[in-house]
Design a protein around this ligand. Structure first.
Ligand code: ATP
Ligand code: ATP
Ligand code: MG
Ligand code: MG
Ligand code: MG
Ligand code: MG
Ligand code: MG
Length: 281
């Protein structure tokens, strides 16, 4: 009877839409906090940059990197994080929904689990519970991936310069939110730098790197034997499509063991990528 029941109902499976992402392309899963403007008000995040909140985002992202060795780099700013899967990634047969939901829920689980470490005096309470949305986008060339990463870091810079100026005018200059907003309307970067410097003696360049550049996560490879020469680049590069199964397994193991680094560094210029060729080779 059970067997017949299956036969009769199984056709509903055919209503599922295929969502396999194009092979051999970079996959970026970007997640973003839902309603974090309100959430940050409720838990009284420091404006414009609450260091605890950023450290918590980074800590959750590190755990995601540790759980998913197919990820080669991640970039975070504010309430968002971009996770990058290598073109050779075959996780979940590259099904978009599977990849996105796994990243979103793994990240959210760790974010909530770690919350009390970063906000010990502010327990989470409904309805102010953190949740995240997510999407997957494919980039068919390394140039396009690099431009995507640059886009996010430029966005970080522009927003941070604006927010730093706005909140300095409000907190130190005594302006109302409306007046500060009005005065900043139509200003370019040079104007904001000048307001900060001339009126408040603040050199924007001296602001903390984590606020100006966001956070970059990647794996740091080091040979275990301290006496050996540093690993040659091709020894540690991620699996290529052509590599054999055992080679791939070996590299996967290496990735799993590698330490995940949290850095606040320029990823727009070539320097970052040229010095760490294993990240996107
Ligand atoms: P949506 O659900 O559409 O994403 P949102 O309220 O989350 O809405 P975002 O554009 O994602 O809007 O902006 C996130 C907001 O969260 C920021 O504008 C800022 O107010 C707040 N925020 C996030 N991280 C921090 C932080 N580390 N320190 C202070 N405020 C933060
Ligand atoms: P995948 O990651 O592919 O989903 P999986 O191990 O989660 O792998 P599922 O097909 O989703 O496999 O099956 C979930 C399994 O979890 C069940 O087969 C069962 O072993 C276990 N499980 C789930 N809920 C319960 C429960 N309430 N009591 C006992 N076992 C459970
Ligand atoms: Mg959003
Ligand atoms: Mg948001
Ligand atoms: Mg956001
Ligand atoms: Mg199941
Ligand atoms: Mg399951």
């Amino acid at each position: 009877v059970y067997f017949l029941t299956m036969q009769r109902f199984e056709y509903v499976k055919d209503f599922e839409q295929p969502d396999v992402l194009l092979p051999n392309t970079w996959i970026v899963v970007r997640i973003d906090g839902r309603g974090f403007h309100k959430l940050s008000d409720h838990y009284a995040f420091v404006k414009p940059n609450d260091r605890r909140a950023l450290d918590l985002m980074n800590a959750a992202a590190v755990e995601v990197m540790k759980e998913l060795p197919d990820l080669c780099i991640a970039y975070g700013v504010s309430d968002e994080y971009s996770f990058v899967f290598h073109p050779s990634c075959q996780l979940f047969e590259r099904r978009s929904a599977k990849l996105v939901t796994t990243i979103v829920s793994t990240f959210t689980a760790h974010y909530i689990y770690l919350w009390s470490t970063y906000f010990p005096s502010k327990p989470l309470q409904p309805p102010y519970l953190p949740s995240f949305d997510g999407r997957a986008v494919i980039y068919p060339s390394t140039r396009l991936l690099r431009d995507y990463m640059s886009w996010r870091q430029v966005d970080c810079h522009i927003n941070n310069l604006y927010n730093t100026t706005f909140w300095t005018m409000v907190q130190q200059g005594g302006l109302s939110n409306t007046d500060a907003e009005q005065e900043l309307k139509g200003t370019v970067s040079a104007d904001k730098n000048e307001i900060l410097f001339k009126r408040f003696g603040i050199n924007y360049n001296n602001e903390e790197e984590i606020y100006k550049k966001g956070s970059v996560l990647y794996r740091q490879y080091e040979l275990e034997e301290p006496k050996q020469k540093p690993a040659a680049q091709d020894e540690v590069s991620p699996p290529e499509a052509k590599q054999s199964r055992s080679q791939q397994d070996k590299l996967k193991k290496l990735r799993r063991k590698a330490q995940v680094i949290v850095d606040h560094i320029d990823i727009i210029k070539d320097d970052f990528w040229e010095r760490r060729p294993w990240i996107i080779s």
